[in-house]
Design a protein around this ligand. Structure first.
Ligand code: SF4
Length: 316
């Protein structure tokens, strides 16, 4: 729970604040960029949320924070702070946001919120499909979210993109009776109960509209999930989506994917090679485990991937 005693001095005056327990996972900054930014190695509130949308996003960020480092308090510690913020506290918005997750984000893809500390605040996504929903990586097992997942039709598959983001998988599997999928390269004691292990580096067809794309690099078993446009669907309404885990993230400044050079635990050359293979698989949305999602028409996305590869080559 965020506490005023640990309120970071970099926060602007007002009720919303970040405290010193922030681990710099970045979740608040992509969920509510109008309110949060980075100073040094921790997030802070750079502007108090004002309009309804900013307040809703700030409340979603608060609930998503894996370390509960975001707080709301009427009294922020000084008279000047209180005078600077005459907006009502966010409590009503926080309650509303708790009932909104998983919230629609991209066509067929919902942001689950409630990020976990053990996965360093990784994003979990829900892919809606008539043939059975797919939960990508693991959010916190909280009653409001679980209830809403049930209302969305439950979870048929739990797709684990890599070993870092598996914490809590058994609890979701036990509750939803879903099949868990993970690449054998990342299988270990923590994932002993996983039902389906994926092998090799070639694409693995899971269903007509779903393919697992092994992308070793960040870890040996890192695997992306490609959700193609379902047969008969209009690509404008159901564009192809790539859930990339920690293989690739999206840089909003350059509108280009990138790999985590400093957090590449297995092999940077393999990560580059895996990215090269991704170019053959069209997608319009990049939905990563960390940071903001990205979107571009498929041909444009492929061009940006090639640009990212050229840049990553220079970091060899
Ligand atoms: S979501 Fe929480 S832990 Fe992550 S950067 Fe924001 S305040 Fe820090």
């Amino acid at each position: 729970m965020a506490t005023l005693a640990r309120r970071l001095p970099a926060n602007v005056p007002g009720a919303l604040f970040v405290d010193s327990s922030c681990i710099d996972c970045g979740a608040c900054r992509w969920i509510a960029p109008a309110s949060f930014d980075l100073v040094g190695s921790q997030s802070r509130v750079h502007a108090q949320p004002r309009d309804a949308l900013q307040r809703a996003r700030a409340a979603e960020a608060l609930l998503s924070c894996p370390t509960a480092s975001i707080g709301v308090a009427r009294a922020s510690g000084t008279a000047a702070d209180d005078a600077a913020d005459d907006a009502p506290p966010l409590h009503r918005e926080v309650v509303a946001a708790a009932g909104r997750f998983p919230r629609p984000f991209a066509p067929r893809a919902l942001h689950c919120g409630f990020h976990r500390e053990a996965s360093f605040g990784a994003t979990s996504w829900l892919l809606l499909r008539p043939a059975g929903n797919v939960l990508i990586d693991v959010p916190r097992f909280t009653a409001p979210l679980v209830r809403r997942l049930e209302q969305q039709g439950g979870v048929r598959w739990l797709f684990l993109t890599h070993r870092d983001d598996v914490d809590g998988h058994a609890q979701f599997a036990a509750h939803f009776g879903c099949e868990r999928l993970l690449h054998r390269g990342d299988h270990g004691a923590a994932t002993a109960g996983v039902e389906r292990l994926l092998d090799g580096d070639a694409p693995i067809e899971l269903d007509d509209d779903l393919v697992a794309l092994p992308t070793p690099g960040h870890t040996r078993g890192s695997t992306c999930l490609l959700a193609r446009t379902p047969a008969g669907a209009d690509p404008a309404i159901a564009p192809p989506l790539l859930f990339s885990g920690d293989h690739l993230a999206w840089d909003d400044a350059t509108a280009r994917p990138y790999g985590f050079r400093d957090a590449c635990w297995h092999s940077w050359p393999q990560l580059i090679e895996s990215t090269r293979r991704l170019v053959a698989h069209p997608f319009e949305w990049l939905l990563p485990g960390h940071g903001a999602p990205g979107r571009a028409p498929a041909a444009e996305m492929a061009a940006r991937l090639r640009g990212a590869i050229a840049e990553m080559e220079q970091e060899r």
